[in-house]
Design a protein around this ligand. Sequence first.
Ligand SMILES: Cc1cc2nc3c(=O)[nH]c(=O)nc-3n(C[C@H](O)[C@H](O)[C@H](O)COP(=O)(O)OP(=O)(O)OC[C@H]3O[C@@H](n4cnc5c(N)ncnc54)[C@H](O)[C@@H]3O)c2cc1C
Length: 487
Amino acid sequence: MKYDVIVIGAGMGGLTSAAKLAQRGIKVLLLEKDPHIGGTSHVFKRRGYTFPMGPMSFGYPNKVKQFLNEMGIVQKIDFYRSHFQLISPLLDILYSAPFPELKRQLKKAFPLEDKIDPFFTRFEEIISFVKDVPSRHQDYLKSDRIQAFSAMSSGAFLKKYFSHEHLINFLGSMGTHPPRMSLLNLALMWNVMSIEGIWFPSCGIHGMAELIKQAFLDYGGALRTGSPARKILLKNGSAEGIECGDGQVFKASWVVSNADYKSTFFELLDREEVPERFLGYLEKTPYTQSELCVYLGIDPQKVNFSAMRASHLFFRDTYDPQRTPGLEDFSHREMEICRWSDKMPGFAPADRTAMVLRIGFPYAHFARFRTGEKRRPGSYKPYKEKLAWALVRTAENILPGLSSAVEVLEAATPISYRDWGQRYQGSIAGWTWDVKNEPALGGKILVVTPVPGLLMTGIYAASELFMGGVPTAMYTGSLAADFILQN
Ligand SMILES: Cc1cc2nc3c(=O)[nH]c(=O)nc-3n(C[C@H](O)[C@H](O)[C@H](O)COP(=O)(O)OP(=O)(O)OC[C@H]3O[C@@H](n4cnc5c(N)ncnc54)[C@H](O)[C@@H]3O)c2cc1C
């Protein structure tokens, strides 16, 4: 059967491309490997609780509304702001705040630092230059100034203004880590956190995915779930269709992949089909790493939440500059604690709370437990549960009573994100944010690939998460659709 476009993957990026194209009369087949749509924005249920597989909130709600409207989706969605707090041995700060409030808190915490005002004046100038990518022409991203901010270390920039390590680390990572990202990324990140805000939609992020799916079906789009693309087929070097896991072949003039770049190029294409130099770039440019995630259903009456002033708390119990903490040394590492069901009461049974604890972990640490797709040895479950409880006990240092309040506990590791999220090595947040490893992939918008007829969508189709995860996935989805409509 011949389609105009085949979209591989029904995450936010793939859904956006598919629905926008179908609305304009293009014949689209949307293939999804999982039995459900939504990709990482999917939610799953355990004993009456609903937990997120990935995103818990996102920036740029007005852009998201605009992307939905462009697909003909006009349902009323309210957005509720999510707030963020850091507690470390030297700092307790609610930082999802406008810059004047942030400055006030920082001046109080670091009274000897006298360049807080000049720093923010300069930083706001930079933010106003780099923000709002989607309303500008893509060539804007190629401008010398954007390239310069992209190549500049945020750490070097911060050190021009400040000497206190904790202040530099806080402004450079929104946490306790030394700054590693580019000045461009830092400006984008603070713009989302303080100026645009981070929000949760009244229908849930999974609810937005459902709305897009329904619109796609209403426009006559064809959706096959539980249907992995096994290979992208080329003819004379151009994409001409796909072969599914069950051997069925579908032909199309265009293929749009919502699988990430490395999965697409290393697993769905043969090496000899792609320019060697491009594969070299893909191999040497890392993705962001993965994490251990613990989902908790708790009795909130048993927990003292008085230290937690926001629904997202980044917490580091101990800070010792002389020590490089081991991966399991949780009290010396930074973790995220989220009261997830505060966002949508239906996520937990009455009088109960759903929580999510997260801490960064490299894929390599868990790779030995992946003996095949969704296959694990008997030693995996006890090991991940041991880590999960250790994380709960560390969180208990700021939320007394937490361990005894736990009624449901589930854990995901980098290999879960690999096998259930279909992310290469369980990566979470797009290409590396490390300034030293800026992707050399030929631009910042990576929707168009070196393979004619093959486009990319989703967060890996941009070198930076210009608007944060969900809106960037929708933005690249929209760009891929526009590219097809114009060519
Ligand atoms: C743990 C975690 C936390 C996150 N937190 C946030 C957050 O708080 N805020 C935020 O904005 N973003 C967050 N993100 C990023 C988030 O993933 C994106 O924001 C967004 O949901 C990604 O959409 P996407 O279109 O890029 O791809 P994905 O959601 O990855 O969807 C890709 C789809 O392609 C499918 N697929 C892959 N290969 C194939 C194949 N061969 N055949 C068929 N189908 C295939 C997959 O099954 C999947 O459905 C988080 C991600 C993770 C993993």
